[in-house]
Structures are given as C-alpha cells and as structure tokens.
Ligand binder design. Structure first.
Ligand code: FES
Length: 201
C-alpha cells in the first residue's frame, strides 16, 4: 500500500489524503462597519427647519379649524318677536317705555285704546327717543319728530312709525307680535284702525 509521502503514490491516492486532512477554521466574518457619525447640523439649519415646521403646522391647524367650523351652523339667536307685556290695567294713559330697550316698542294708552308703536324711524331706521317734556318722539339721527301717536310732523321721516299686532290671550294679557306690523304709507291707506292694530280697554 502506498503512503502519502511516497513519491510513487498515484494522484488519486494524493487526493484521498487531502480530503482526510483536518479542515481549516472558517474565516471570521468581518466586523460591521461603524456607522458614520451623525451629520453635524448647523444652528441656522435647525432654525430654518423649525420655521418651516411651524409654518406647516400653522397651515394645517388653520385648515383643520376651518373644516370643523363647517359643522357648526351660523345661527343668530334673536329674541322672539311674539311676547307678553302684561294686563291692560298695567298701563296708564300716555307713552310707556318699559319695553323699549328689550323689545324696541312703546306701549301707548290713549282714550279707550292701547296700541304698540314699533320704535323705528321711518327715515333711515334709527331708534327715536321719547321726550316727555316736549310730548313728542324725536329721532337723534336727522331730527324727525313724531306725535305721541307716532305720526311724523317734522324732519325727513316720510310717514308715521309702524304699529305692532296686539291681542289678548286667554288670561287677558296683551300679546305683542312685532313681525306683524301695521303702517300708514305716504299717500296710502291708514292701517291703524285695522283689527289687531290696537285693543280696546
Ligand atoms: S333716521 Fe330718523 S330722521 Fe333719519
């Protein structure tokens, strides 16, 4: 039998000897490359980024608010045009101002009637003042004057002030409706004697 070191050994015998030799240790994997150090960011770049993000955030926030606003109705909550002003016996002859600030009306008792004047000047819509000493209504805007019945007699007002619908409810109290007005247009028909424009007392 031929030995490995024997020069007479055939190539096949040499190959068999090589397979039998102990395996070389596998090469160790190369250690992972160290990550590159974080890029240095200059203060001016940081500031620029902050500004850009602020703008983007602000823009998105504004859009979000506008989007949410869409879901809320733009309703105006105005006082009711129909309201109760008490009993006829609560009113003395003359002009009563107790509802002017809250409901823009004067309650007038005259003779056997109570009627309600809507406190709006027929010139350009200002609210006149009641002048007890002068016994008249006077508009502070352009000087129109009205009698205690609301009839215009001086200044640019073209017609009397309107009157609101009045009626008695089941308890005998006066109910006013300022959405239903009676007027006396210039050269037109006087509605101040129509049913609902006054109540008898
Ligand atoms: S608005 Fe009253 S006089 Fe002009």
């Amino acid at each position: 039998m031929a030995n490995v070191g024997d020069p007479a050994a055939t190539p096949t015998q040499a190959a068999g000897a090589a397979v039998a030799s102990p395996a070389k240790p596998a090469p160790k994997p190369a250690p992972p490359k160290a990550k590159p150090a974080a890029e240095e960011v200059s203060p001016s770049t940081k500031m620029r980024r902050r500004i850009v993000w602020s703008c983007v955030t602000g823009f998105l926030g504004a859009n979000l608010l506008m989007f949410l606003r869409f879901f809320f109705p733009r309703a105006l909550f105005e006082p009711s045009t129909v309201f109760n002003i008490g009993y006829p016996s609560d009113y003395q002859p003359g002009v009563d101002e107790r509802f002017k600030a809250s409901d823009r009306i004067w309650v007038v008792r005259e003779g056997d009637r109570i009627f309600v004047i809507f406190a709006r000047c027929t010139h350009l819509g200002c609210t006149p003042d009641w002048k007890p000493a002068e016994h008249k209504f006077k508009c502070p805007c352009h000087g129109s004057g009205y009698t205690p019945e609301g009839i215009n007699f001086e200044g640019p007002a073209p017609r009397p002030m309107d009157r609101a619908h009045v009626e008695l409810d089941a308890t005998g109290q006066i109910v006013v409706d300022t959405s239903r007005l009676f007027s006396w247009p210039k050269g037109g028909v006087d509605q101040f004697n129509d049913p609902g424009s006054y109540i008898n007392v």
